[in-house]
Design a protein around this ligand. Structure first.
Ligand code: MLT
Length: 386
């Protein structure tokens, strides 16, 4: 029996994918084999020896100590694309809220009273007039699952769409409407965009990217949408830009103490992926990833180890998470060969400083051989799956 700790509420359709004959799921587990999480902040958590994997039901992993997990041999998964449609739809809503003062208009209309409300509305509505998206230029920073979908819909809304993504995958590029112009740098976007929407993760490279220096490169009156992460925007610099009119509106679903109740800012709860469909999709994908790793050692959609999958063969699978340094593979195969076991299949892939090797053998290995594999220089974690 394997124990899975649920740090947040995970949609039942996902947890149902974990066979109760193999898994026990609970919110409190002393030393779980796997963890499923949404937004719980895990940076201060100490992980037990049994913990093999963390599956984040969502895309962003800034609530998880991803690097530390890699060092401790804990594979972290996310669910890229599973909630992309939900976030895309809220991004479209945010663009409309940036174009017109619908929010201000609603709050004004709710304060009206008397028999002549209709008359007051006709008189006061011009205070909330806006512009249309059609014909405007939308700059998209990050053309992954969400950014790509936003780009394609924006083309159909009649916008000129310019996108930039230094890590654009071939798959994502294939899915882009051919009217989307590719910018080589973010600066090219800043120079031309009437609207800018952010769809990149919060990393040390993207933190504070919307700051005074970059805002100065933008068009006067630019409108910025940020449904990605609060950290991408330097709030102090943004507020100065709103005061001077350089930025005319900022719509975010990451309200912070600095961004609530500020003129020009529309701060909504973090609702991008809070739809039934997105929650279900993320939960199912996270559960499948976790099950496949715990049962078969196959890794798909990890953010700290390479994707490595191999159909099962032989009768023992040896899974080795190790440092990406010379000679580890030779030593693994040598130790196995010295034990007289035959390798049926093997695969290896690296990602930055770490690598993953799966070896399927016919027969078995002795506990001494297992120990020899564990003590190979650079080995992080070894797991045998029978
Ligand atoms: C994500 O990271 O997938 C979205 O921001 C939604 C969420 O935080 O779950």
């Amino acid at each position: 029996m394997k124990y899975i700790q649920l740090l947040n509420k995970i949609a039942k359709v996902g947890t149902d994918k974990l066979d109760p004959a193999k898994y026990t799921l609970a919110t409190e587990v002393a030393n779980p084999d796997g963890i499923m999480v949404r937004s719980a902040v895990m940076h201060d958590m100490t992980f037990g020896d049994n913990l093999l994997a963390i599956a984040r039901a969502g895309a962003g992993v800034n609530n998880i100590p991803v690097e530390r997990c890699a060092e401790e041999g804990i594979v972290v998964f996310n669910t890229p694309g599973a909630n992309a449609n939900g976030v895309k739809e809220l991004t479209l809503c945010a663009l409309f809220l940036a174009a017109r003062d619908v929010v201000g208009g609603i709050s004004w209309a709710n304060g009206l009273s008397g028999d002549d409300v209709a008359k007051q509305v006709e008189k006061g509505k011009s205070n909330f007039a806006g512009t249309e998206l059609k014909g405007k230029t939308l700059g998209i920073i990050g053309l992954g699952a969400i950014g790509g979908m936003v780009a394609n819909v924006a083309v159909h809304l009649g916008m000129n769409v310019v996108g930039c993504d230094p890590f654009l995958s071939v798959e994502a590029a294939w899915n882009l409407n051919h009217h989307v112009t590719k910018a080589a740098t973010y600066d090219e976007i800043y120079a031309v965009a009437d609207y800018i929407t952010l769809h990149v993760p919060a990393t040390k490279d993207t933190k504070g990217m919307i700051n005074a220096e970059n805002i100065a490169k933008m068009k006067d009156g630019v409108k910025i949408v940020n449904l990605a992460r609060a950290d991408l925007v330097n709030s102090a610099d943004l507020k100065v830009a709103l005061e001077t009119g350089k930025v005319s509106r900022y719509v975010t679903d990451f309200p912070t103490p600095e961004t609530v109740n500020v003129p020009g800012i529309v701060a909504i709860p973090h609702l991008g992926a809070s739809t039934e469909e997105s929650e279900d999709n993320c939960a199912v994908m996270a559960a499948r990833e976790l099950d496949e790793y715990l049962e078969n050692g196959n890794i798909q959609n990890s953010v700290n180890y390479p994707s490595v999958s191999m159909p099962r063969s032989g009768n023992l699978r040896i899974c080795c998470l190790h440092k990406n340094i010379p000679d580890v593979l030779r030593k693994i195969t040598m130790v196995i060969a010295n034990d007289g076991a035959n390798i049926e299949n093997m695969t290896n892939k690296s990602r930055g400083d770490v690598a993953y090797t799966i070896v399927d053998i016919a027969g078995s290995i002795t506990p001494e051989t297992e120990e020899l594999i564990r003590t190979i220089d650079g080995m992080i974690r070894v797991r045998l799956i029978g």
